[in-house]
Ligand binder design. Structure first.
Ligand code: ADP
Length: 401
């Protein structure tokens, strides 16, 4: 049977895609259609490492998807002399919010699609785009099975004491107000991978994983199940991120609205888009640029990095509480995988967990030491590159079969 999966991650103005052979674990095409709906709309893709691009002027989601499919058709015809449909086992969609309805990846049928729409009020910026991606793919490939892989599903194992806010209980039962957590596909992928690197059964490990990209979250994973995480009802809660504040006093909304004379919506926008590393540094949301600026003496860049690492260390220690013991801390995402200095700064504040960084292993991003960046006598910390697309492809092929 075919093992090729088309992975689709549909955002409000972009579509990320990848063509993955799930059995071989090989991603042979990946790409991005961006600035959809605008004259500058652009499709870029990478085949066997070589980059190509094509203007798709004013293309909307459907137009972009058609352009993506046309390119993939060419690639598959050239490689196999067959149509794309004949070589595809199924299509896997990233869906941001599954509410409490979805505890695992799911084959999409009319009921599933209706349920994804029903919980869309929980992620009004993301789920409608994900639904659009599913409906467009269904129209283009009516005969192929489609699978939804949810960012929230992995965290559905959190116990009530971890996911409830201390607000009137009926807000949970009637409005769905609770902590859901996100980045579940990444946390699941890297914790499984960590078990392989540690050569121990996944179901017997106590792990903390830190996904540090533009969005950042950490999760406590006990015996293969998420038991707590830093993001909440929305991805705004928890760690300091590129442009998101993470935790603030909930009274800040009212305070800022009064002081700035703006509405609540605008405050939410400020906390999501103008805060975090960008807000603190007054310079940039990009960690790499901030590290360069800090090295050249930019004090606010250094301050932003300090707040980022301190908040992270504080949360990693807090996530040890539900675990009771700790087998490894995992760093992943663009910052987690590439910034030796963020990892060192963070781990230096975690002596309480018995962590001692090995400078040379850390500088090599653990590549020469099976992921390890700590000394042999230390609590283990690992760098594990994430691969959400591979996880989506693996789930899709499992469900399709
Ligand atoms: P996204 O969440 O958009 O997928 P990524 O996981 O690619 O983002 O992470 C982006 C972040 O990773 C940016 O802050 C970027 O500066 C940071 N990053 C990437 N490479 C490095 C590096 N070599 N050193 C420090 N930070 C890096």
């Amino acid at each position: 049977m075919q093992s090729n999966v088309l992975v689709i991650n549909c955002g409000s103005s972009s579509i990320k895609f990848a063509l993955i052979d799930a059995d071989a674990g090989v991603e042979w095409v990946s790409g991005l259609a961006e600035r959809l709906g605008q004259p500058e709309a652009l499709l870029t893709w990478k085949i066997d490492g070589a980059k190509e691009s094509e203007a798709i002027v004013n293309a909307d989601h459907r137009g972009a998807m058609q352009a993506i499919i046309a390119r993939l058709q060419d690639v598959v015809l050239h490689r196999y002399g067959e149509t794309l449909t004949a070589r595809l086992a199924g299509i896997g969609h990233r869906v941001v919010h599954g509410g409490e309805s979805f505890t695992a990846s799911t084959l999409i049928n009319q009921d599933v699609l209706a349920e994804i729409k029903r919980v869309s009020h929980l992620a009004p910026l993301h789920n409608p785009a994900n639904v659009l991606g599913i409906e467009t793919a269904q129209a283009l490939f009516p005969q192929l099975p489609q699978v939804a892989v949810f960012d929230t599903a992995f965290h559905q194992t959190m116990p009530r004491q971890a996911f409830l806010y201390a607000v009137p209980y009926t807000y949970y039962t009637e409005l769905g107000v609770r902590r859901y957590g996100f980045h579940g596909t990444s946390h699941r992928y890297v914790t499984r991978r960590a078990a392989e690197l540690l050569e121990r059964p996944y179901e017997e490990l106590a792990l903390i994983s830190a996904h540090l990209g533009n969005g950042c979250s950490a999760a406590a994973v006990l015996n293969g199940k998420s038991v707590d995480t830093t993001m909440g009802l929305t991805p705004l809660e928890g760690l300091v991120m590129g442009t998101r504040s993470g935790d603030v006093d909930p009274s800040l909304h009212e305070f800022l609205a009064g002081q700035l004379g703006v509405g609540l919506g605008e405050v939410t926008q400020i906390l999501n888009k103008k805060s975090g590393l960008l807000g603190l540094s007054d310079l940039n949301n990009d960690m790499r640029s901030l590290e360069t600026a800090a090295a050249q003496g930019h004090e606010q860049a250094q301050l932003a990095i300090d707040v980022f690492c301190y908040r992270l260390a504080k949360y990693l220690a807090a996530l040890a509480v539900p675990l009771g013991r700790l087998d490894a801390i995992i760093f992943t995402g663009g910052i987690g995988e590439n910034s030796a200095s963020v990892r060192a700064r963070t781990l230096a504040q975690l002596a309480i967990l018995g962590v001692r960084t090995d400078e040379s292993r850390n500088q090599n991003h653990g590549r020469l030491s099976n992921g390890r960046i700590t000394q042999d006598s230390s609590t283990v910390a690992l760098v594990v590159p994430t691969n959400e697309e591979a996880m989506i492809a693996a789930d899709t092929i499992t469900l399709v079969r």
